[in-house]
Design a protein around this ligand. Structure first.
Ligand code: PEP
Ligand code: MN
Length: 337
């Protein structure tokens, strides 16, 4: 349920309403906007008399929210969420570019790539230390050592790090990580979602391969219900009958999510297509759709990459793409503004 308050509500009456709601066992999230303040009520609101609340002097309107996700719902929080990471921000009109190798392979590799992508305009460094691989015989990532190499690259370049957390036990190793990635395969690992909801680092949730928008938003809801509101969503393609591309890129996710939620939206054209030559057109399409950012795999030697070489851009290809992204983003922002 959402309660839309009149402008400048009487503080005494508002305090009385909040106390009464809490007595009824409901949690209240307050969203202060330019025009109105909205109270988002979470919990069992079935016993609340909607007419009684609507009749209060300070209340403009009361609506039941049908969607099962509340904290992630734009109705609860009409203004876009902006996630701040170091000196950079995700959402709020900026274009975030997360770039780096699929897997961290050596310190030299990740530092070299980090320097190159930073020079081209990337705002964050991505790289997997713990890798979810379909085959148990494939390279599984360097683990804790990989995190140390990412840290070295962050020290060299200043780029914040985004990397995947696969298991709860790895969380204590993530102190220097800036954004925790929950991979597609773990989108519905509810214990993992609860755990990252109880800590403060921003969390980027990749869309599960067969997840509906609602299931994906419910995963965000798990994190937010734990108290962590810094959630970012990443479209990385879904599994369909089409096998030419690794996944089918659902660019409609950008405007659909923009309507349903206030959370920032990132598109990953690398995993979404599996082919390096498709990364540029899909990245441009995502920016034209209004995405808040991109996640792009970059490798200095894709043919020798230990993971996802065929979809990785060489640093010079990334540079070429990055030079097109910023003007396109400014153009799209200008049309909207
Ligand atoms: C990744 O970003 O390297 C990754 C494994 O992505 P996804 O979970 O989308 O497959
Ligand atoms: Mn990858």
């Amino acid at each position: 349920m959402i309660v839309i308050l009149k402008h400048n509500p009487d503080p005494g009456q508002l305090g009385g309403l909040l106390d009464w709601l809490r007595e009824k066992g409901v949690t209240v999230h307050t969203s202060v906007g330019e025009a109105n303040t909205i109270l988002g009520l979470v919990g069992d609101t079935s016993r609340l008399d909607i007419d009684l609340i609507a009749a209060l002097e300070i209340v403009e309107d009361v609506k039941r929210v049908q969607e099962p996700y509340k904290n992630a719902n734009r109705k609860f929080h009409p203004e876009d969420t902006v996630v701040r990471v170091g000196d950079t921000q995700i959402g709020g009109g900026s274009l975030t570019v997360m770039a780096g190798p699929c897997s961290v392979e050596s310190e030299e590799q990740v530092v070299t790539i980090a320097k190159a992508v930073k020079a081209s305009g990337a705002t964050m460094l991505r790289g997997g230390a713990f890798k979810p691989r379909t085959s148990p015989y494939a390279f599984q990532g360097l683990g804790e050592t990989g995190l140390a190499y990412l840290r070295a690259a962050k020290e060299e370049t200043g780029l914040p790090i985004v990397t995947e957390l696969m298991d709860l036990s790895q969380l204590p190793l993530f102190q220097d990580v800036d954004v925790i990635q929950i991979g597609a395969r773990n989108m519905q690992n509810f214990d993992l979602l609860k755990a990252v909801g109880h800590q403060e680092k921003p969390v980027m949730i990749k869309r599960g391969m067969s997840a509906t928008y609602e299931e994906w938003l419910m995963s965000a809801e798990y994190v937010m219900a734990g108290g962590n509101e810094n959630v970012i969503l990443c479209e990385r393609g879904i599994r369909t009958f089409e096998s030419y591309t690794r996944n089918t890129t659902d660019l409609a996710a950008v405007p659909v999510l923009r309507r349903l939620t206030h959370l920032p939206i990132i598109v990953d054209p690398s995993h979404a297509t599996g082919k390096s030559w498709l990364v540029e057109p899909l990245a441009m399409g995502a920016v034209a759709m209004g995405a808040d950012g991109l996640l792009i795999e970059v490798h200095n030697n894709p043919s020798h990459a230990l993971c996802d070489g065929p979809q990785s851009l060489r640093p010079e290809d990334f540079d070429h793409l990055a030079k097109k992204l910023l003007p396109l983003h400014s153009f799209v922002a200008g049309m909207e503004g």
